[in-house]
Structure formats: C-alpha cells, structure tokens
Design a protein around this ligand. Structure first.
Ligand SMILES: *Cc1c(COP(=O)(O)O)cnc(C)c1O
Length: 408
C-alpha cells in the first residue's frame, strides 16, 4: 500500500487566486457587460525587450545546426551566464562571488520552495508576515510547519509587518533556525534599509541562523541607499542564501530563468556539531534533481546584461514604476493610507474604516469593477490591507484609478 505524504493534506484547500477568480467570475456572470480591470495577479504585461528577443532567435538558429546544438547543459548553468551575473549583479556593489557560487535555475519559485530540503525537518522557521506563500507551504509539505491554530502554523514564528511598526519586522527575542526575508517585499512593496538588514545578519551570526533572502524585486529599487543584495552586508556570506529572478526584472515569467546564490562560506551544522558547506550540498541536490535551464532561456538572460539589454529592461521597469507612482498619488489624494510602490511594483493599501479585506475586495469589484488581492491571503497580518500591482498597461492602470476616484 502506498501511503500518502499526509503533510500535503494540511495545506489550505483554497488557493488565494482561485478564490479571487471564483468571485470575479460570479460578478461577470451577473454583470456580462462590465469591463473588469485586474490589478490583482502578479504577472507582468509588457513584452520581452528587443535585446532578449534577438538573443533567443540567435540561440534557436544555433540549435538547428549540428555545431550549435545544445543538449543537456551543466546543471549549475552555463558559465557565460554565471560569469555575467557575478560581473554585473554583484561586482559593481563590491560583492566578490565566484561563478561556482551561482546556480542558474528555471525561476525563483522552484528554488525558494526547494531550498528547505537542505535542512532537517525539525528546524524552526521564521517568516515576515504577510509573506509570499511559497516559503511556508513548501515547509508544510515536508512537515516542518506543524499544524494550523487560529490561522497560524504552530511551528512557524511570524514577524508581523504592519503600518504600526512601519513594516519593519522585529528581530525575534529567541533563536529561530531559519528566517525567510523578501526585499523589496511582495506583497507590501516595502523595502529594508542597510541598517535594518545589518541587524538581521548580526542576529544570524550570533544565533547560527540561516537566512533565505528573496531578492526577486531588487531591479525595482530606485533609492540608492537601499541594498540590492544581502551580501552588501558584512558577514552575510556566512549565513545567507539569496534568490534572484528575471521574471519581474525582464518579463521572464513565461521564459523561465533565475538564479540562486549559495556562497562557499555558508554552512549548517550536523547534530554532532560538524559544519557542512551548503554549496556542496546544493550542488549535489541540483545534479540529482535538476537538468538545467534551457540554453535559449540562458542566452536570453545573458542579453539582459548587454548595454542595450540593460537600457531596455530599465525602460520597462520605469514604465511599471510610473504606474506605481500614479497609483500612489491617486490613492493618497483620496485620503487613503498607501504603502510600497516607491521601490517595488506593489502598492499595499490600508482598507479604510477598519473593514475586512475580503469585504473591501468585493466592494471594489462591484462598484469600480477593479480587482485587487485581499491582504489576508498573504498571512494573518495582511488582514485590513489589500495589494494592488503596477504590472498593468498604462491605459488600464489609469482607467482603474479614475474609477477608484469616482467610487471612493
Ligand atoms: C514572482 C516572485 C518570484 C519569482 O518567481 P519565478 O519563479 O522566478 O517566476 C519569487 N519570489 C517572489 C516573492 C515573487 O513574487
């Protein structure tokens, strides 16, 4: 008899975006002529930039010749891309990494979910709350999160990020083995200062904590003082693994490519106190379970680092950030409490009059025909907030703001 992994059965049945889709569909059935604008789901809308498209075409042409054909590539990624990453994403910030510390992947979701395989099932974990659901759910699947009690997992330490604490998570007053941080943050759109991040690195060094740092939105940072990588902080290479993605940077949500940084210095302990290098372990894991990202996707990613690629990608990011500014300005002028949207493509809005977020979601849908994401879908501290994304087209974003002005 095959016994099922019952930890999967503990996962909440209702996936947030499925719930939203259901409610939107119900609305569309009763309002067949309504033109609904979605500022809900976090997918991008602007097409691939020309430099990327050109590189992909070229890679496909190469693949059609016997000399240029590429079959299985290195599990860790092609050296041309790993070198471009080291040279462009880290060196200019004074961070020295070796290409062997870079693992190219098919997007950050896979690795932010998979990375927990490297640590024992009985480690304690801590997350900022609200949070990208992958971090917790992947731990639930392996039995590390415990059981749900009052909307929280019993073995997870929640670090609330709310307007009250300025979205700065409090350093835990006890030891937590593993901490997930995501900055710029999805869903709140807020960022962490170097000073605050330094506190986390120092906490990790002192408590032998491992930090999983998700930097999927670093390309959206506008303020020069905000760190793009946790390795900008001294000592972080000993305690942190970092995740990057080209999805939001360059519209790769459908192309699929990202990378994980596992420095040679980062270690975890065996029960009898021996230190094990996680770089070797992750390499072993990848070689067993992963056969590499497609050559075409990796050539596409490499093109982002060319002068034209950089310029073109920056233009698309500015486009989204102009949307974010428009949204921030409009919502603030309506007297609402608006967070994020300055160094991230997300706006985190406090629901007025202390209403609950699902109710506000429905009111916005029925009165303005605009879809948002209820904050509680990202964790208990998300109640009382909704998320809006700046990933729409200029026209739909502007139109949505006009409707919200009329409604509110
Ligand atoms: C979108 C996103 C990712 C990246 O996902 P991909 O698998 O690279 O498309 C990672 N982390 C967060 C927080 C995200 O919002």
């Amino acid at each position: 008899m095959a016994l099922v992994n019952e930890h999967f059965l503990k996962l909440p049945n209702n996936y947030l975006f499925a719930d939203i889709a259901k409610k939107v569909n119900a609305f569309k059935v009763s309002h067949p002529n309504a033109d609904v604008i979605s500022l809900g789901i976090g997918d991008v809308t602007q097409p691939l930039c020309p430099a990327v498209a050109e590189a992909m075409h070229k890679a496909v042409d190469e693949m059609t010749t016997p000399e240029g054909f590429h079959g299985y590539g290195p599990e860790q990624g092609y050296m041309f891309l790993r070198e471009a990453i080291v040279k462009n994403d880290f060196l200019p910030r004074g961070i020295h990494l070796d290409p062997s510390e870079i693992f190219v992947n098919d997007g950050a979701k896979s690795d932010t979910g998979n990375i927990q395989e490297l640590v024992r099932w009985d480690n304690s974990i801590g997350v900022t709350d609200p949070i990208y659901p992958v971090y917790i759910d992947s731990n639930v699947m392996i039995g590390r999160a415990g059981v749900v009690e009052n909307g929280k997992w019993s073995n997870v330490t929640y670090l609330p990020c709310t307007a009250e604490n300025g979205f700065v998570p409090q350093i835990p007053d006890r030891r937590v083995d593993i901490i997930y941080l995501c900055y710029p943050n999805n869903p709140t759109g807020t960022v962490i200062s170097k000073e605050e991040l330094r506190k986390w690195v120092n906490y990790a060094l002192k408590n032998d904590t491992l930090i999983f740092y998700d930097a999927a939105y670093e390309a959206y940072i506008q303020d020069p003082d905000i760190p793009h990588s946790i390795y900008e902080i001294k000592g972080a290479k000993k305690v942190a693994i970092e995740f990057h993605s080209y999805s939001k940077t360059a519209g790769f949500t459908g192309v699929r490519c990202g990378y994980t940084v596992v420095p040679k210095e980062v270690t975890a302990s065996t029960l009898d106190g021996k230190r094990i290098a996680l770089n070797e372990l992750w390499n072993r894991r990848q070689c067993t379970k992963f056969n590499g990202t497609s050559y075409i996707s990796q050539r596409a990613a490499e093109a982002i680092y060319t002068p034209e690629g950089k310029k073109q990608v920056k233009k698309t990011i500015s486009y989204y950030m102009d949307n974010a500014k428009n949204m921030r300005d409009t919502l603030s002028s309506l007297g609402l409490d608006v967070f994020g949207g300055e160094n991230a493509p997300y706006i985190w809005l406090k629901v007025p009059n202390g209403e609950d977020c699902w109710r506000f979601f429905e009111q916005m849908l029925y009165n303005a025909h605009v879809v948002c994401t209820p904050g509680v879908g990202f964790g208990p501290s998300g109640e009382g907030y909704i998320r809006l994304t700046a990933f729409g087209s200029r026209e739909s974003c502007t139109e949505a703001m006009e409707r919200l002005k009329k409604w509110i």
